[in-house]
Design a protein around this ligand. Structure first.
Ligand code: PHE
Ligand code: NA
Length: 456
């Protein structure tokens, strides 16, 4: 058995809050504010939201606890931790390739994440510059189109986002992250609440928005809707690819894994719901389509900022905070790759960042072009961006999560997981173990099988 350090060689979070802040920074991002509203719109609202919430509880929270515990017990990058814990449990070390899949998923996600974050960056300047003052729905849609239809602009913003991300990552994960998240999250929350305030002034459209989100109509739910809701539960909590495992490896021994997991999941879910509650009344008040797709936030929120008091300032701040939230998620997406290159291939952190950054940036070109000159390059009827999103969020993350649940529930010894989780109530530990052994894997398998038409 490899000798396992008591502490990660990268150091340790100083407090429980440091971990919660970093993991919340990883969780809260474009997934909550950009992706959740537009997929909710595309898949018909209430029923989709309900399935998504159920997935957070039944799949997300137990898998998050499993990831944190594996990371903390293994104390290295996901590949080494999994190999080491396999040896400890007397099972085949082939489990390390689960970590490898995570590294790959992180790469692929960051390649398109960066392009969308670039769009948010462009909107910081447009909003502060007063572009949206008094804007109409058509006007906002045109401004968005002129951005994404221009490959040069998208490329420039994508490049800028990647360069800054890799500079931050090359300087190490803990420094600065904690402080920025501590300021950024509450500020983002406040502006979201202001937006909900604006939305609540749209009268009946506000209630229409709430009904759309919270009155489930299962006749609207498709097989793909179930898969997308589950995939998004993984995506939004940053699960299934080792990011939370890496962060868990810096977690001090005495911290309660169940408390931190519940806190992070609750914070992430509330940001997503607030964003959706702000956006849909604006959609209905302006006669727009809920299924407008990936441009939804860029076409709706500027209308609110263009008409509310102080909208230019708060709008600019909002997009700026969104970019910061995207950075703290981007760092988590690339961190497993960088720690792996450093720990296993002896690269310096700087060189690792350079390689990782260049490959991700180049792959991002596919997404840049899929909004304009490459919109006709399709496979199975999907653009490169849609394919990357589908492959990662709907397949790789849930598959990773399934294997993580099986590893923690069936491969590791019960006494070891119990020791790590140190849940005071034996009943609660039993509940987690029951979920992670039976319920979580079954739910994931049923949703996959349902999609393939094997059941139902
Ligand atoms: N959770 C992030 C979001 O919702 C995306 C992410 C996925 C980050 C996987 C890290 C790992 O925006
Ligand atoms: Na999220």
């Amino acid at each position: 058995m490899m000798s396992r350090p008591a502490k990660s060689i990268h150091g340790e979070w100083t407090t429980r809050w440091a971990f919660i802040l970093a993991a919340t920074g990883a969780a809260v991002g474009l997934g909550n504010i950009w992706k959740f509203p537009y997929i909710t719109g595309e898949y018909g609202g209430g029923a989709f939201v309900l399935v998504y919430l159920a997935c957070i509880v039944v799949i997300g929270v137990p898998v998050m606890m499993a990831e944190v515990l594996i990371g903390r017990r293994g104390r290295q990058n996901p590949m080494n931790s999994l190999e080491d814990l396999s040896t400890e449990a007397g099972v085949n070390p082939v489990w390390r390739y689960l970590g490898a899949m995570g590294v790959l998923a992180g790469f692929l996600i960051l390649s398109y994440y960066s392009v969308v974050a670039g769009q948010a960056m462009a909107y910081v300047f447009r909003t502060f510059g007063g572009t949206f003052e008094g804007v109409t729905a058509d006007g906002a849609a045109n401004i968005y189109r002129s951005l994404i239809h221009d490959p040069e602009k998208l490329l420039a913003w994508h490049t800028l986002f990647m360069v800054i991300t890799m500079i931050i990552v090359s300087r190490g994960v803990q420094r600065g992250l904690e402080k920025s998240v501590r300021f950024m999250m509450p500020a983002l929350f406040v502006i979201l609440v202001m937006l909900v305030g604006y939305a609540s002034n749209t009268g009946t459209h506000f209630t229409d928005g709430l009904k759309f989100l919270f009155r489930p109509d299962f006749s609207e739910m498709t097989r793909l809707g179930f898969l997308t809701a589950m995939g998004h539960a993984f995506f939004t909590l940053s699960l299934g690819m080792g990011a939370i495992m890496v962060y868990g490896s810096y977690l001090p021994k005495k911290t309660s894994i169940i408390k931190v997991s519940l806190t992070i999941s609750a914070l992430d879910t509330s940001v997503a719901l607030l964003a959706a509650i702000a956006i849909f009344p604006i959609v209905f008040a302006n006669g727009m389509s809920p299924g407008a797709g990936p441009g939804l936030i860029f076409e709706t929120l500027p209308i609110a900022f263009g008409h509310m008091a102080g909208g230019t300032f708060f709008g600019g701040m909002f997009f700026l905070l969104l970019v910061f939230a995207a950075w703290s998620s981007a760092i988590a997406l690339i961190e497993p790759t960088v720690t792996w290159m450093v720990e296993n291939h002896g690269l310096s952190r700087l060189t690792a960042c350079l390689y990782a950054g260049i490959i991700t940036w180049a792959l991002g070109l596919l997404t840049v072009f899929s909004f304009n000159i490459g919109s006709g390059w399709t496979l199975w009827d999907k653009t490169a961006f849609q394919l990357l999103d589908y492959l990662t969020a709907n397949i790789m993350l849930p598959l990773g999560g399934l294997l993580i649940a099986i590893f923690a529930g069936w491969m590791m010894r019960e006494t070891h997981t119990q020791e790590e989780l140190a849940i005071e109530s034996p009943l609660l530990f039993k509940l987690w173990r029951f979920l992670v052994r039976y319920v979580t894997p079954a739910a994931i398998v049923i949703i996959f099988a349902n999609l393939l038409g094997l059941i139902g």
